[in-house]
Design a binder for this molecule. Structure first.
Ligand code: AMP
Length: 189
């Protein structure tokens, strides 16, 4: 970001268990920008038993991905409503190449440029350990492994996509929470 430019438009990428959601929340608060978590939005929709919630409930429970068209609508509405010029951290979106392309056109339509894409890098064994220790009702080992598999297959290629665009910042996420927060702030400064 340029000096004096306080508005941040960031994407956080990282495998399940990388601490991405925690860091997105902490850093969004520090920077005073919106924390846009698609997982949280979908869980709210499930709790509210809305049309969207009924559509995604079993997909989420299995660890599979919600289709790109549905996610595109969810994110377009949210970013428009949040006034994306005011800054945001996208947490959990994009997760596939078509989603990254959809996001590019959503942002271009509002003349918004991304500042950086933070990739939290954590070793596989540590991820499994953390995921099993987490206490979400749907986190059976099978579902955890499916989420990891989909991350490797569908989401990891986004690192190359954003590296080509000069936006990727890889941050070592295998450290205590506060230390990782400092590393991220340094990486996006
Ligand atoms: P998360 O909290 O980011 O791990 O998301 C929880 C679940 O919501 C995922 O396992 C997916 O089923 C669904 N989900 C969230 N974001 C997306 C996305 N961008 N694309 C597809 N599915 C998503």
């Amino acid at each position: 970001m340029a000096a004096g430019d306080e508005v941040s438009k960031l994407i956080f990428l990282g495998p399940p268990g990388s601490g991405k959601g925690t860091q997105a929340e902490v850093i969004a608060a520090k920077l005073g920008v919106a924390h846009v978590s698609t997982g949280a939005m979908l869980r709210d929709a499930v709790d509210a038993e809305s049309r969207l919630g009924r559509k995604v409930e079993s997909i989420m429970a299995s660890g599979a991905l919600v289709d790109d068209a549905t996610m595109g609508e969810v994110v377009r509405d949210r970013l428009t409503e949040a006034n994306s010029q005011a800054g945001f951290i996208l947490d959990g979106y994009p997760r596939t190449l078509p989603q990254a392309e959809a996001l590019e056109s959503i942002l271009a339509a509002s003349d918004v440029d991304l500042d950086a894409v933070v990739l939290l890098d954590v070793p596989e064994e540590e991820l499994i350990r953390r995921a099993l220790a987490r206490n979400r009702g749907d986190d059976t080992e099978e579902v955890i492994r499916e989420r990891q598999r989909l991350y490797r297959e569908k989401t990891e290629p986004l690192a190359g996509y954003y590296r080509e665009r000069g936006l990727l910042r890889v941050v070592d996420g295998d450290a205590p929470i506060d230390e990782v927060t400092s590393r991220i702030l340094e990486a996006v400064d």
